[in-house]
Write a protein that binds this ligand. Structure first.
Ligand code: TYD
Length: 427
């Protein structure tokens, strides 16, 4: 008896959201053909049907013109359009759960085989799939039914096809397997139900519930970002979040001090320039108190729900600013924070490495400085020195990046290293 459970997915509109690339390529083809830029309604119609048909029907082209337009479209698509694409947030956790539960995973898409494989490689998804069935050059008209048959294992106990259009549901029925229709893609509930889908999922979360049921939710991942004031951290946290979302990670972004209402109130006390008389120990204890709340109320529940927590500063900031900057000492500040953190440490921490004098120059371009930023140069020198000490002490946790480079280069360096770590953890 074979007990394999096979789960097959359509690509566009089910795992990935691809309109950005499709629309850019339709616009490009229209421009090359000397046509006016198509409006939003016309562009929307291009998702789904064959291109040749769409250029003729929606842009009133002759057969000959539509043929040329398809060539222009493909020229841009194969170069760049293909990767102007995003994985729906939450898809990665869904795939991890299915894989860990021992499922056989496959792709059955009407997209050609080679671009399909390139997209999966680009998003580091290829490792999840046992079979990838896209259309091949020799297929004159591969139906969804044929593609599903190609993607299925030789034997299986149960199989389900997941897709966003009626073709996916109809193909599954023709093969005699179950189907789930998803409503977050390019089809809608009416279309999917009319085609006879076995279940309907309006969101990725609902799909996860249907497919994974009560299989264990893997613990999420905890990332933090650190750096001296003026290291460009705000920009880099934003760029990292954008990329993580594009790759289908279920991101929960937060910050310290703050991240929940009690901790945000403590933040106001800490950063208010009017609180000049605050003692160094008070300051360290308040940061730790805000952290204790944030860890318990926000970070731990998010990790337990399998989210990727992206935190702008965490305990390393206290060690650097209060331990180094305020001279309370690295060991003492770690001790003060032990009950706040209570073992919940980041899996990886990006450190934006920049000389404090260079960082200060950037910072002075800002208009208003808070109480911590107003400290003397020697304070920021000690902050930087303490950071260097803690980064050197835990090389396996820290991702050190040269933050004096241009912002795009910094973002690229962060991304390469963070993505490697995250995809290793998924394996
Ligand atoms: P914020 O405006 O968030 O600055 P940034 O954008 O640089 O993160 O203010 C946070 C300030 O608080 C920053 O100067 C660093 C300081 N800080 C500490 O001194 N200790 C800590 O534990 C944390 C989390 C922040």
């Amino acid at each position: 008896m074979c007990a394999v459970r096979a789960v097959l997915f359509d690509l566009d509109g089910t795992l990935t959201q691809s309109e950005e690339g499709i629309w850019n390529c339709v616009r490009y083809a229209a421009e090359k053909m000397g046509r006016p830029a198509p409006d939003a309604e016309t562009l929307r119609r291009f998702i789904g049907p064959p291109l040749f048909f769409s250029f003729q029907t929606y842009m009133s082209m002759t057969e000959e013109e539509a043929g040329r337009a398809v060539d222009f479209y493909r020229e841009r698509y194969n170069a760049t359009g293909l990767l102007e694409n995003r994985v729906y947030p939450g898809i990665r956790r869904l795939l991890v759960r299915l894989k860990r539960a021992g499922c056989y995973l496959g792709i059955a898409t009407g997209k050609p085989q080679i671009p399909t494989e390139r997209i999966l490689r680009h998003f580091r998804l290829e490792g999840f799939f046992d079979a990838v069935a896209g259309t091949r050059p020799e297929d004159t008209s591969a139906s969804k039914e044929q593609l599903i048959r190609r993607a299925l294992p030789a034997t299986y106990a149960t199989a389900v096809m997941v897709g966003d259009r009626r073709f996916d549901v109809e193909g599954a029925r023709a093969v005699g397997i179950d189907s789930v229709g998803v409503g977050y893609g390019y089809g809608d509930e009416v279309e999917l139900r009319a085609a006879g889908c076995g279940a309907y999922a309006p969101t990725v979360a609902a799909l996860e519930e249907i497919l994974c049921g009560d299989t264990p939710v893997p613990r999420g991942c905890f990332l933090s970002m650190e750096g001296p004031d003026g290291s460009g951290k705000t920009t880099q946290v934003q760029l990292l979040e954008d990329r993580l979302l594009r790759f289908g990670f279920d991101v929960y972004r937060t910050r310290e001090p703050g991240g929940c209402s009690i901790a945000e109130k403590i933040r106001q006390l800490l950063l208010d320039p009017a609180n000049g008389e605050m003692t160094d120990v008070t300051e360290a204890l308040l940061y730790a108190a805000s952290r204790a709340q944030h860890v318990r109320q926000v970070i731990r529940p998010a990790l337990a729900a399998g989210k990727l927590v992206l935190c702008d500063r965490f305990v390393d900031s206290s060690v650097a600013y209060q331990g180094g900057g305020r001279k309370l000492g690295v060991a003492r500040v770690k001790e003060i924070n032990a009950p706040a953190v209570d073992g919940t440490m980041p899996d990886a921490t990006v450190y934006l490495d920049i000389d404090h004098v260079a960082a200060m120059k950037r910072r002075s371009a800002a208009t208003t400085l808070d109480r911590l930023e107003l400290q003397a140069e020697s304070f920021h020198g000690r902050v930087e020195a303490a950071y260097q000490e803690i980064v050197a002490a835990e090389p396996e946790r820290f991702v050190r990046v040269d933050a004096a480079q241009a912002p795009e280069k910094v973002a690229e360096d962060i991304w390469r290293q963070v993505l490697d770590r995250l995809t290793e953890a998924e394996a």
